[in-house]
Design a binder for this molecule. Structure first.
Ligand code: NDP
Length: 322
């Protein structure tokens, strides 16, 4: 089969399209014929070595397609079933493996491209708004990169919960998309410092929670946006990792709570995985959640896809099509 393989860490040029053996499913695994693979920021960290993996490897954990082969001991799936996962392996390929207990059935009303687009970023948005800081109606949240993959989905979910969303974006085009998703106050954070603006917009009070995927560049300002005892949720590094933190900073900024969550701890049980994926698919079928696919790149052009994502040139989801 054809796949993207990384032999050494580095820039997008290390993503090479090659012939590789088709993988055989081991115990508890399912082989999926991939219809679409979701591009996620984490794969840029795997590519550069920020999150090290042993070389060589085929990147990609999020994909949707049809069941092609079952490993020993797998039950509950049949050949040809439409499935999706955020926790597979080797997804930048025509065929990829996933643990059966991390695979979900895709309902008939959901297109496989959209299923691949929503699994990782959608379940992330879901756990952030429902579990990390369970948003209540009338609360105020700040969402950075509100027109990004996670950002557009989190904005819609937060709005559905009745929260007021203040969002930062990098361009006027992204501002329009963020507003359409439910951001009530958009801040162009490349043009003005966002923290004083957030204070102004909240009449000096500050927001209840900051959902920060940008990391290094927004870390300090984000702490200055919170109300006393508010929660700082730093969940990404799009501008680089957050530097080392002294707990005393949290005290001086208002007895703040700080968490650095990751999706894997929020879909660790079959019940949580089914809850989050089920909610997302249900909302999509009901027309209550819009999943924006910004780009579809042929798998062979994965390097261009990585450059677009890291170059802030995307709004919503990027898919790779084998
Ligand atoms: P996005 O679609 O949000 O893309 C990144 C966006 O970040 C850009 O489009 C850009 O938006 C903004 N950005 C700000 N500064 C920079 C910079 N210096 N370089 C590049 N982009 C910048 O990506 P995702 O939604 O896929 O992921 C966002 C982050 O969340 C990633 O760091 C990812 O790893 C993390 N994440 C974490 C998860 C978790 O469970 N912890 C799960 C899923 C994602 P703009 O132009 O508007 O500034």
């Amino acid at each position: 089969m054809r796949a993207i393989r990384i032999r050494e860490t580095g820039g997008p040029e290390v993503l090479r399209y090659e012939d590789v053996p088709t993988p055989d499913p081991g115990p508890g695994q399912v082989r999926v014929k991939v219809t679409a693979t979701g591009l996620n920021y984490i794969e840029t960290y795997h590519r550069t070595g920020l999150y090290p993996l042993s070389l060589p490897f085929i990147p990609g954990g999020e994909f949707a397609g049809t069941v092609d082969a079952l490993g020993p001991g797998v039950s509950g799936f049949a050949l040809g079933d439409r499935v999706a996962t955020a926790s597979g392996a080797g997804g930048y390929a025509e065929y990829a493996l996933a643990p059966a207990d991390k695979l979900v059935a895709v309902p008939e009303g959901v297109d496989l491209h959209l299923a691949a687009a929503v699994m990782l970023q959608g379940m992330t948005a879901h756990y952030l708004a429902y579990s990390t800081y369970p948003l209540k109606a009338g609360e105020i949240c700040l969402i950075h990169a509100a027109a990004g993959g996670v950002g557009l989905l989190l904005t819609q979910i937060a709005s559905r919960l009745g929260a007021r969303v203040i969002g930062t974006v990098g361009s006027l085009e992204k501002a329009e998309l963020a507003r359409a998703a439910g951001v009530s106050d958009v801040i162009l954070y490349r043009d003005e410092p966002f923290a004083p603006r957030v204070r102004e917009l909240t009449c000096g009070r500050g927001v209840d929670v900051v959902y920060d995927s940008v990391g290094q560049d927004t870390w300090e300002g984000s702490l200055d946006c919170l109300r006393p005892r508010g929660m700082m949720v730093t969940f990404g590094n799009s501008s680089g990792p957050v530097p080392t933190v002294s707990p005393l900073v949290l005290s001086s900024k208002g007895s703040l709570f700080l968490t650095r969550p990751t999706l894997w701890h929020y879909i660790a049980t079959p019940e949580e995985l089914a809850w989050r994926a089920g909610d997302l698919f249900g909302w999509m079928i009901a027309g209550a959640l819009s999943v924006r696919v910004d780009h579809r790149f042929p798998m062979a052009d994965a390097a261009d896809a990585h450059s677009a994502l890291q170059g802030r040139a995307t709004a919503g989801k990027v898919l790779l099509i084998p």
